[in-house]
Design a protein around this ligand. Structure first.
Ligand code: PRX
Length: 668
């Protein structure tokens, strides 16, 4: 925050390509949720003028056990939605479909990573299957002493039992805390202690590019650290997936399949107060320990279900097959593989493995075989696909695709165009959805049949979202002035707190701008009202008093034919105060040279302006990333600043060797 004061953040990236919505798309989708920009504008205005009326109407399309008495009680920063209402999210995802005669329809299509003999392992789960399996596992949890309100920790690979475990927790009102299977045992320890969880659900191992990630061993290591502490783990339930050797602690460990075989396959859905906690999900802040973001029942259910229906334009009985490539360990997987999608009665694909295993066309093979209509992925994946080459998608029939989505970071226009052209065949709208773990669901996004898209812009706020670009005093800035992205007023999917840390919740999101939610992103709004995310506030660099979003410089670099991926950070500079350091990965047929550095500097100068020319450019085989694919800029910043100390927390690095290599070359 410190480096974003009241002055504007300069924005030099200008994009003029506009892609109007295809008038025939609504019909191909089986009906447009919102069919024109005018319809969007009218509904948005109505939702802002009367949030209670709007959300009350939306919420009535879900099942409630007892109706709410008021839609919203708002005492900043505390919102209560659907006050007094009771419901159950698992009921709305699963049991409701069965009760309405759809039990035989496919809810989840699971595809395994190994391809034994070149054949994909596929399992299909109907709503009736999910009802039986979630009930059975709910009974297993109860038999281990889990009661309503107890936090269950889930640390698994992308196996179907992960979805079943999550929904089973919702069924009995035990909040889950899913820890991404790529994290280490120390991440388990921190989260288990914070959540005071006594039960962990895990797997023997998880497949990752043909090798086994030892999940159970990591849980054992975490339990060993926790022994005798306040949060000792009492029960570990283990799914057998890889058949790898594991240690076993009698009395604590139980095989999933054995426990489930003994359990009854009926278990009622617990009536939950609308504001009862549904789950905790830990996310990193810019400093300090991970924050346990709390989401509750009614508002989150309504918000994720409604955004899924409108933003992806899901329609049942139209052969839609939806695939979100995220891991359930992240908010995207929670909201847009499971909770938002299942109530919409469209099959959701869950894929266990990596995008390039056994080959770089694995995703396109899955799209073609399952006739995927809706595909949702991240810019980092798209840039990897670009690097691997268009010949891989070109080998497969992607004509089933109707809507493409992206999430997680700003998408540079080059990647957007490639996605639109090579994956979408120039037929599919790209919905660039801006949102956060904290927001629960989509906040700023195009609607596929209504919003003209512009590469790199997440366009317009969703219904009920009053987004603005403000300065530090909370004053709205004019068009094209960069500032702080803020949300005025509550929305149903918003976080309800940080577990165990009220002060941090208030301080991080609600205290810096008067009466508004501070998203922590910098952004601008163009003359048509479209939002352009410029990056996290701490990714904004101040060069000679000019503020630049690192993402804009990165985007300019990536638009050069030699650069695949770029990360830009600030570094101390004698004259400018802060200079720009860029780390780039190159297309295979380019080699690093001084000429190339000069040509890149000139290119950025031409794209944005001389002020944005990197002072230093480093080439690297790969960039250090978190498991979710976000570039770890603070590590790069430390390298750029010459700080090689080991005080940086590297637990979320995808590949430690990347960092080691960067350090090595720096020293040479
Ligand atoms: O900086 C924004 C970026 O990701 C942040 C939220 O990260 P996380 O809580 O991990 O959730 C990711 C999945 C929702 C945001 O503050 N971000 C997310 N989506 C976009 C984005 N930046 C630009 N464009 C997006 N579409």
């Amino acid at each position: 925050m410190s480096n974003v004061e009241s002055a504007a953040i300069e924005s030099g990236l200008h994009e003029n390509r506009v892609f109007p919505p295809d008038a025939a798309l609504g019909a191909r989708l089986g009906g447009a949720a919102i069919g024109t920009l005018e319809a969007y504008r009218a509904e948005h205005a109505r939702s802002i003028a009367d949030p209670s009326g709007y959300w009350g109407e939306v919420a009535r399309s879900f099942d409630w056990f007892t109706p709410w008495t008021s839609v919203l009680e708002w005492n900043l920063p505390d919102a209560k939605w659907f006050v007094g209402g009771t419901t159950n999210v698992c009921h709305n995802c699963v049991d409701r479909q069965v009760a309405n005669g759809h039990g035989g329809e496919v809810a989840i299509i699971w595809e395994g990573e190994p391809m034994p003999g070149g054949v994909a392992e596929v399992r299909r789960f109907t709503y009736a299957d999910l009802q039986r399996e979630t009930a059975r596992f709910a009974n297993v949890l109860k038999a281990q002493g889990v009661k309503k309100g107890d936090v269950v920790t889930i640390y698994m690979g992308m196996v179907p039992e992960l979805a079943i475990a999550v929904l089973a927790c919702a069924r009995i009102g035990a909040p889950h805390s899913v820890i991404f299977g790529g994290f280490s045992s120390s991440a388990i320890v921190d989260r288990v202690v914070d959540a005071r969880s006594r039960v962990i659900v895990t797997c023997d191992g998880a497949w990752r590019r043909g090798s086994v990630v030892p999940l159970k061993a990591n849980v054992d290591a975490a339990c060993a650290e926790l022994v005798g502490g306040a949060s000792a783990i009492e029960h570990v339930i283990v799914v057998r997936r890889c058949g790898n050797d594991i240690a076993w602690t009698e009395g604590r460990d139980r095989w999933w399949h054995e426990a489930a075989a003994e359990a009854a396959d009926a278990c009622p859905c617990e009536p939950m107060d609308s504001e009862d906690m549904l789950f905790l999900l830990y996310t990193s802040g810019s400093t300090g320990k991970p924050k346990g973001i709390m989401h509750t029942t009614g508002g989150y259910m309504v918000y994720t279900g409604h955004t899924s229906r409108v933003v992806f334009n899901l329609v049942p009985e139209r052969d839609h097959v939806y695939w979100c490539t995220a891991d359930v360990g992240w908010i995207t997987g929670h909201s847009y593989i499971l909770y938002g999608i299942l109530p919409n009665r469209v099959p959701s694909i869950m894929y266990e493995g990596a995008p390039n295993h056994p080959g770089p066309d694995r995703f396109w093979d899955i799209v073609a075989r399952h006739k995927v209509t809706h595909f949702y992925t991240a810019p980092t994946a798209i840039r990897a696909f670009m690097k691997w080459g268009a010949e891989h998608p070109q080998r497969h029939d992607l004509s089933s695709l109707l809507v493409l989505g992206t999430v997680g970071e700003p998408i540079n226009p080059e990647a957007w165009m490639w996605y639109h052209r090579e994956i979408g065949g120039e037929r599919c709208p790209v919905v660039d959805t801006w949102w956060q773990t904290e927001t629960g669901g989509h906040m700023i996004t195009p609607l596929p049949a209504a919003t003209p898209t512009v590469p790199g812009s997440c366009t317009l706020p969703f219904f009920g979202v009053d987004a603005a670009i403000v300065n530090e005093a909370g004053e709205e800035l004019p068009a094209n002035r960069g500032g702080l992205l803020a949300i005025r007023g509550p929305w149903p999917g918003m976080l309800r707190g940080i577990h165990g840390d009220r002060a941090r919740f208030v301080e991080t999101y609600w205290s810096r701008l008067p009466g508004m939610y501070l998203a922590g992103d910098s952004a601008r709004r163009d003359e048509r009202g479209y939002f352009w995310i410029m990056g996290r506030i701490d990714d904004v660099i101040n060069v000679s008093g000019h503020r630049l979003g690192t993402m804009e410089v990165e985007s300019a670099l990536v638009s050069h034919p030699s650069v695949v991926e770029a990360a830009v950070v600030g570094m101390p500079h004698e004259i400018k105060g802060t200079g720009i350091a860029a780390f780039c990965t190159l297309e295979p047929h380019f080699t690093p040279s001084d000429e190339l550095i000069e040509s890149l500097r000139a290119h950025v100068g031409a794209e944005i302006g001389a002020i944005a020319k990197p002072d230093r450019i480093r080439f690297t085989d790969a960039l250090p990333k978190t498991r979710s694919g976000k570039i770890m800029r603070r590590l790069l910043r430390a390298i750029a600043c010459g700080d090689e100390s080991s005080t940086q927390d590297t637990t979320t690095l995808e590949d430690f060797s990347v960092l080691a290599k960067l350090r090595e070359t720096d020293e040479s």
